[in-house]
Design a protein around this ligand. Structure first.
Ligand code: SF4
Length: 235
């Protein structure tokens, strides 16, 4: 089978105070939005790296370490596009691994639904986040306090880094936690397919999968990237 043709370019963009120069490669032909997620991961990585470089230049230090998964009990907002990518990732795993994950998602979903947190219910973002965090539900992908899908983790997980002492991240009210000022480029993924806020908590991935919109537009890789970049300007 012939290899899929790719289009490459060097993106030059300004995000907040950061100047990003980033080579990108996407399928040239029409694809589903989920097929450009690897390119979006690379772009978010570049934004995070620039923010980290700026922090280090000003003498700051990131306190996040491998094996510290306190933040992996937070509500992780995932876009439809990333949800589709994660479902494909899980579907390609060996059966035992899939079963383990399905069981964890079912347990997490039952707790969230039982606490009436599957819906916003008039809460502000902060109220919802704190109420969710208080449940103490580990992300179904968390193993030995490390991310078991590190290279495929959601965009928003990449953007969360702190400079405050790690133990503060476990505090119920998150008091004293100082996140690094990383521009939340990930938010643009939420409107990538539908031009509207379209996200759900990662721990409800399997619940979302049962009612998710099927089908969806196919666009060329460059068209998806242009839509994503336009969305950054709107957020
Ligand atoms: S996907 Fe990985 S990094 Fe993100 S919350 Fe889950 S375990 Fe943590």
């Amino acid at each position: 089978m012939a290899a899929e043709a790719h289009s490459t370019a060097t993106l030059r963009l300004t995000v907040g105070d950061l100047r990003i120069v980033h080579p990108i490669s996407v399928p040239s032909g029409p694809v589903a939005a989920a097929d450009v997620v690897p390119a979006l991961q690379g772009l978010v990585n570049a934004v995070v790296a620039a923010a980290e470089a700026g922090l280090m230049k000003s003498g700051g230090t990131i306190s996040c370490r491998k094996g510290c998964g306190a933040c992996c009990r937070q509500l992780v907002p995932v876009s439809r596009t990333e949800g589709e990518r994660l479902l494909a990732l899980i579907a390609a795993m060996p059966p035992e691994r899939r079963e383990t994950l399905h069981a964890r998602f079912a347990a997490a979903g039952a707790i969230i639904t039982g606490a009436a947190l599957a819906e916003r219910g008039g809460r502000s973002d902060r109220e919802l986040s704190l109420a969710y965090f208080a449940l103490g539900i580990p992300c179904p992908f968390l193993e030995d306090e490390s991310c078991s899908i590190h290279t495929e983790r959601p965009l928003v997980c990449r953007e969360y880094l702190v400079t405050s002492p790690a133990e503060l991240c476990a505090g119920r009210a998150q008091e004293g936690v100082t996140p690094v000022a990383v521009p939340k480029v990930s938010m643009s993924a939420r409107g990538l397919q539908d031009d509207r806020e379209d996200w759900f908590p990662l721990a409800l991935l399997m619940d979302w999968a049962r009612t998710r919109p099927k089908g969806g537009a196919r666009r060329t890789g460059p068209e998806w990237i242009q839509r994503f970049l336009k969305g950054i300007g709107r957020k």
